[in-house]
Design a binder for this molecule. Sequence first.
Ligand SMILES: C[S@@+](CC[C@H](N)C(=O)[O-])C[C@H]1O[C@@H](n2cnc3c(N)ncnc32)[C@H](O)[C@@H]1O
Length: 290
Amino acid sequence: MLSLDEKKIRKGKPIGLPYQGSKKKISKKIIEIIKQNFGTDKPIYDIFGGGGAITAECILNGLEVYYNDLDKDITNAFERVISQDREWIKTLIISREEFFEIKAKESKTTDDFLKLLVNSFGNNKLRYLYNKEISDLKYNLAKEIIEKHDVFSGYKQTETYKRSIEKYKQLEQLQRLQQLQRLQQLQQLDEVKATNKSYHTFSDVSGAVLYLDPPYEGSYQESYINSFDSQEFYNWAFEMAKNNIVIISSYKISDERFEAVYSFEKARSTYQSGSSDNGKNEKLFMVKNS
Ligand SMILES: C[S@@+](CC[C@H](N)C(=O)[O-])C[C@H]1O[C@@H](n2cnc3c(N)ncnc32)[C@H](O)[C@@H]1O
């Protein structure tokens, strides 16, 4: 098992793009686990980097990191957010109507991709964030708050929000803009260079920490990822572990050569009972006896 002294975890919010399967909720812990158990001198390869939560956390901790994802749209989006300013972020919230117009476009720009990400339910880029009945109300309210008060996160204190006829618990669009703004902290730090290769291309790497967060076994994925071959990936990861520290994020790995070395406890809700290790916790896996 790996250890974690929670007192050492970086204070402050985690950062990363709103993205399906994002590790933002546990990224601070993951990097602290790596630091405490394997030191800070090895480069970290975030090969299935997605929305960049792990890469961002490495940068904030001053660790050397390589950010990669097969999907160029997501790494472009990450780089675009960092290279732009706060004013530009405001252009990313869109109405339900605009959402479906962009979704139908044959060729999409990086900004189009970001708009779909930021304004979709579960960040799935397919469905608009809100259902039809409340879409316009919530969108118009968010727009008005930005225009009149120029805030993302403090929106509940604004007159516009307090006066809104119906009280909405959350304005998710503003919360997501806030997430993008947090990502812009990286502007002052190291430049992030992304690559868009398949994991196989990293076969020659040695003496590094490979943090691997592949599409989950048997889960629904978008078209081309559909063909993700988990067994082939485990064979590769097993080989790579001979010359590297290989850490895989997953709920469950069916390959017996790997074992869970850390389990992230979920905040338990009152209707959950019994043992907490029910295969539903996110875990870190490594090759057995490595
Ligand atoms: C679970 S997500 C990673 C999420 C990421 N850790 C984050 O915090 O946002 C899995 C990622 O693997 C990428 N992917 C799928 N097949 C790949 C391959 N063969 N090589 C590299 N990346 C791949 C997908 O594009 C997707 O972004």
